[in-house]
Design a protein around this ligand. Structure first.
Ligand SMILES: [Zn+2]
Ligand SMILES: [Zn+2]
Length: 344
């Protein structure tokens, strides 16, 4: 399996600030002044620098692609799904022109399909939603395969959260978006994620309800003998027993996972002041992952107000803390970084 992170920030999109970019440039220039790279080999020089100097952790809200060969599933439709949609769409089609054409054609439903449509790439997409909070759905209207007639999207939401109604409300035409969900070109089907689990192509998928305002689903995906768990938007709160029970349910769910991608929005200190906000902190989650025998742990749902530098500091502290717990634990720990692919 391959996991690709298309959006890793929580709550609201957060592009890097000009000040943060300047700081990064300054740090890279300091290295350049020290080692004086060959001006003809600047690409190699840049490739040799750590991500924290040449890349951003990413500002788009949650969206993951999980792929096994030609089969893939998508989890959540934060703003990261825009770039994913463009990567899936037929490269012969300009998505903006498509959207515009569809806006025009939708006024005249009897128009014959243009010659162009016959060449459209057929896409069969399965999209799972952890929950319907805005940061997990806000990219959906900008998912370009929505505007191709040869696309089918099977959408799965948490039971009781009425994913169809929520997405339709988000695309209320014309007050919230110019194209009503009922008039998009793609064929959409809506389902509650079945409690007994789901098989899509090679993927066997189970869910677990997480404690979060309104609830959120964690997904465990198995394919080719490997296991990936994605659990975002959760916090162990309530009475001690409630919190312990929730933690032990998730701990069992992630037991032995090859990859665990988890909400770690707040530093430990900040999580104390934001009890009930529905998010976790990396030290506590790392401890649980370590005890559950997770092989690779990725910090996810980064706070939009945290700089990249602060996220790398959180990562360092997580490394130090897990070392204190077990000096030779062997669990790989990293930040989920937008645009990065993980081979499982
Ligand atoms: Zn969220
Ligand atoms: Zn949420």
């Amino acid at each position: 399996m391959i996991i690709k992170f298309w959006g890793v920030r929580g709550s609201i999109p957060s592009p890097p600030t000009p000040t943060a970019l300047k700081e990064r440039l300054k740090a890279a220039l300091m290295v350049a002044l020290e080692i004086r790279p060959d001006p003809n080999r600047l690409t190699e020089f840049l490739d040799s620098l750590p991500d924290r100097l040449v890349a951003t952790v990413g500002g788009n809200t949650p969206c993951l692609e999980i792929r096994d060969g030609d089969d893939f599933i998508i989890i959540d439709a934060g703003t990261g799904i825009n770039a994913l949609g463009r990567s899936l769409s037929d490269e012969r089609i300009d998505p903006d022109a498509e959207r515009l054409r569809y806006l025009v054609e939708s006024q005249y439903h009897d128009l014959p399909f243009s010659q162009f449509d016959k060449n459209e790439k057929i896409l069969n997409i399965n999209l799972l939603f952890t929950h319907t909070h805005w940061d997990h759905i806000q990219g959906f209207p900008f998912f370009t395969p929505l505007y191709q007639r040869t696309t089918t999207i099977n959408i799965y939401g948490k039971r009781g959260q009425q994913i169809h109604d929520v997405l339709r409300l988000q695309q209320s035409d014309p007050i919230l978006f110019p194209v009503c969900l009922d008039h998009v070109a793609a064929k959409l089907t809506f389902h509650d994620f079945p409690p007994e689990g789901l098989k899509i192509g090679p993927f066997e998928i189970e869910s677990l309800t997480l404690p979060h305002p309104g609830g959120s689903l964690a997904f465990k995906i198995r394919s080719g003998g490997k296991t990936v768990v994605f659990a975002t938007d959760y916090e162990f709160v309530g009475t001690d027993t409630e919190a312990e029970n929730a933690e032990s349910r998730l701990s069992n769910f992630i037991e032995g996972a090859d990859v665990f991608v988890s909400d770690t929005q707040y530093t430990f200190l900040e999580s104390m002041t934001k009890e009930g906000w529905g998010h976790s902190s990396p030290l506590k989650v790392a401890e649980m992952a370590l005890h559950a025998g997770v092989k690779k742990f990725f910090l996810f749902h980064h706070d939009p107000f945290y700089s990249d530098q602060k996220l790398y500091e959180m990562l360092e502290r997580t490394h130090s803390y897990t070392k204190l717990l077990s000096n030779d634990h062997g669990m790989f720990i990293d930040l989920a970084i937008e645009g990065r692919q993980i081979e499982v």
